[in-house]
Design a protein around this ligand. Structure first.
Ligand code: FES
Length: 225
């Protein structure tokens, strides 16, 4: 067992417990984005930062990937943590301003504007879709391609994947993809949003038979037959 304190509260956790799990056990809220239960931790977005250590040795770490260490003192909402989180949200807003999930995060953390060059990307490279495809759907149909600014999600060699079962799992977990459903009869849908699917990770022309498995549709709430 490992002994830590979270915001001054002593806690004994199993070896291998992450700081996020420890804080959540005590009920301290930590925002997350790339992290998702059922998928391996990835540590891409840094939204879940917490502060560990004291004095000059105090540092910020991503709580979803950082495993608790004996005697560690963890702060989940120090001024430094709050500042860092707001900065991460600003960067996410600059990258992907249309994401409702990111807008909600900004609102919840009182971020009213962002100071960076505004982009209109439709992917924040959180890797949720890649992990979902590999770990839950056991398909490995998509992955990261390119480096630096040209890093993106795609299929191997940008060809239609032979192993993709068009399950829609990638879109289901995507925090940036607003329109997740490919309802094929727009006149029967209420909002019509699901008829205009533009998933960031899949080129529509390569997957024109893509269907979403979710019931009901998250966009229009219509139970699908
Ligand atoms: S939620 Fe921990 S780094 Fe993204």
């Amino acid at each position: 067992m490992t002994h830590i304190t979270v915001n001054g509260i002593p806690l004994e956790v199993e070896n291998g417990t992450t700081l996020l799990e420890a804080a959540q056990f005590l009920g301290f809220p930590i925002p997350t984005l790339c992290h998702m239960e059922g998928l391996s931790p990835y540590g891409a977005c840094r939204l879940c930062v917490v502060e560990v250590g004291e004095g000059a040795r105090a540092k910020l770490v991503s709580s979803c990937t950082y495993v608790a260490e004996e005697g560690q003192k963890v702060r989940t909402s120090s001024a430094r943590v709050v500042r860092a989180r707001k900065m991460v949200i600003e960067l996410l807003l600059a990258t992907c301003p249309q994401s409702k999930q990111i807008q909600d995060l900004a609102s919840a953390h009182d971020v009213r504007q962002q100071r960076f060059r505004q982009e209109h990307e439709d992917c924040i490279l959180c890797g949720r879709c890649v992990r979902m495809c590999e770990e839950q759907m056991v398909a490995k149909a998509i992955g990261f391609a390119g480096r630096g600014e040209s890093r993106r999600i795609g299929t191997p060699f940008d060809r239609r994947s032979e192993v993709c079962r068009t399950c829609g799992g990638c879109m289901y977990v995507c925090p940036a993809c607003e329109l997740r459903c490919t309802y094929t009869e727009p006149d029967k849908a209420i909002c019509g949003g699901c008829a205009n699917l533009a998933p960031p990770c899949i080129e529509k022309e390569k997957f024109d038979d893509l269907m979403c498995y979710m019931k009901p549709c998250v966009a229009c709430e219509i139970p699908r037959s």
